[in-house]
Design a binder for this molecule. Structure first.
Ligand code: GDP
Ligand code: IMO
Ligand code: MG
Length: 439
């Protein structure tokens, strides 16, 4: 069976967690390749809400191998807390979870540096305050400390001393308390004993498994427009959330990715600062936030809400090579008489040919809307494609035509069971019977 990437196509929070959990039965392995505990992936199992941050959303299924690739940055305490929370509800975590030796770690100074930057800068990003950006800065700056360094305490000590010396100059300049390298070292020695068994050569392991015929679901975090290279820079996260991040973040070749599936919310949301052309600053934004329960799964912040944006979607489908669309939260639009869909951007009176890369153009781009009819019958609760209202199916066709990709799955609520699988589109790619058995 195929190896499939399930990626966010907007500004994150599209519903990747629900869909990864739902599709896991059809795969042997679920692998995260970038980001950290800035992610908040919500899964509902029999009415119980579970939020995954660092651990792949496949972990709730027994006998599936979950991988944390080298492309992630890991806060060891956050990992241990998440593991403990999962174990408390009966999830078994042992050999089924591996962390790459080459994954970088978040250290206490990363969170402190980030909060100082956000407080003092004239241009705030509105980060999740998890130390993600500064940890990636150290990785790229060749200062980072890897998970594998926990396995050699003299290397660990040396690297911590070097970093603490340097970070203390910055913290001292801002009048903050200085860090004690010994204390940081002692804390991380403790983590070494607790994490040791999970730390592995994930690239090698993944290759062995794929060679043995195992299939992989690559679980994205964040979304295409938050990608460090292709997103709305500087209002982005610090990793590659688009497809290229899979190869670099797990140590595998592009030939191992059979298809990319884009998770697409039926409207648009964004947490944090930055441009958002279709943001609805009127009562409709409030309506979507309320109906969609749009509050951050990691920070609890209210999400900014707006209309579906096909210009942005064309861009992210192109960046990722999206072949299938997994559409979520269309039930949130139930009951609306009319729905606005952005079909173009205008800048200084002229239509733009595609999503603009220049921030100053994007800042002033005006969305051009097409108004489509809402649906009378509810999408929420539908289980079969044939049950869906005609107006909704027209809406799906409009999306498919504009994005040149097929809608393969429609999520109609938070629960696993609230999902419509389009068997005609998915057959042959994954074992649908295994997915259906757990709905
Ligand atoms: P992720 O970061 O992409 O995994 O998404 P989040 O978990 O941060 O946010 C998605 C939210 O929408 C979660 O609260 C999900 O429970 C919820 N959700 C997912 N799919 C649907 C859907 O089809 N309908 C509704 N109403 N909620 C959904
Ligand atoms: P999931 O995986 C939505 C946003 C933050 C901020 C920017 C940079 O749940 O979709 P960071 O802490 O990463 O340096 O913050 O990115 N952000 C997310 N927004 N969903 C996420 O993850 C996000 N992870 C980061 O709000 O604007
Ligand atoms: Mg989220």
């Amino acid at each position: 069976m195929s190896n499939i990437a399930v990626l966010g196509t907007q500004w994150g929070d599209e519903g990747k967690g629900k869909l990864t959990d739902l599709l896991t039965p059809a795969f042997d392995i679920v692998a995260r390749f970038q980001g950290g505990h800035n992610a908040g992936h919500t899964v509902y199992v029999k009415g119980q809400k579970i939020i995954l941050h660092l651990i792949p959303s496949g972990i709730l299924h027994p006998n599936k191998l979950c991988l944390i690739g080298n492309g992630l940055v890991i806060n060891p305490q956050a990992f241990l807390d998440e593991k403990a929370t999962l174990e408390k509800i009966g999830v078994q975590i042992g050999d089924n979870l591996a962390i790459s030796t080459n994954a970088h770690m978040i250290l206490p100074y990363h969170t402190q540096v980030e909060s100082l930057r956000e407080e003092n800068s004239r241009r705030k990003i509105g980060t999740t305050s998890r130390g993600i950006g500064p940890a990636y800065v150290d990785k790229v700056g060749r200062q980072g400390i890897k998970a594998g360094d926990l396995l050699n305490l003299s290397v660990l000590r040396d690297k911590i001393e070097l970093n603490v010396e340097e970070k203390n100059i910055y913290l001292g300049y801002h009048g903050r308390a200085l860090l004690d390298a010994q204390k940081v070292f002692d804390e991380y020695v403790e983590y070494a004993s607790l994490l040791r068994d999970h730390i592995k050569d994930v690239s090698f392991l993944l290759h062995q498994e794929i060679k043995a015929g195992k299939s992989v679901l690559f679980e994205g975090a964040q979304g295409a427009l938050l990608d460090i290279d292709h997103g709305t820079y500087p209002y982005v996260t610090s990793s590659n959330s688009t497809v290229g991040g899979i190869c670099s973040g797990l140590g595998i070749g592009a030939d191992k990715i059979d298809e990319v599936w884009g998770v697409v919310k039926a409207y648009t949301t964004r947490v944090g600062k930055g441009p958002f052309p279709t943001e609805a600053l009127d009562e409709w934004g409030e309506y979507l936030r309320k109906q969609g329960q749009e509050f951050g799964a990691t920070t609890g912040r209210p999400r900014r809400c707006g209309w579906f944006d096909t210009v942005l979607m064309e861009y992210s489908c192109r960046l990722n090579g999206v072949k299938k669309i997994l559409l979520t939260k269309s039930d949130v639009l139930d009951g609306l008489k009319e729905i606005k869909v952005c079909i173009g951007y205008e800048y200084k009176g002229a239509r733009l040919p595609s999503f603009p890369l220049e921030s100053w153009i994007l800042d002033e781009a005006k969305p051009v809307y097409k108004t489509v009819k809402g649906w009378h019958q509810k999408v929420s609760g539908s289980r079969e494609f044939s049950e869906l209202p005609q107006e909704f199916r027209d809406y799906l066709h409009l999306i498919e035509d504009l994005l040149e990709a097929e809608v393969a799955l429609i999520s109609t609520g938070v629960d696993r069971s609230e999902t419509i699988l389009r068997e005609d589109v998915l057959r042959g790619l994954i074992d649908l019977d295994k997915v259906k058995a757990e709905l």
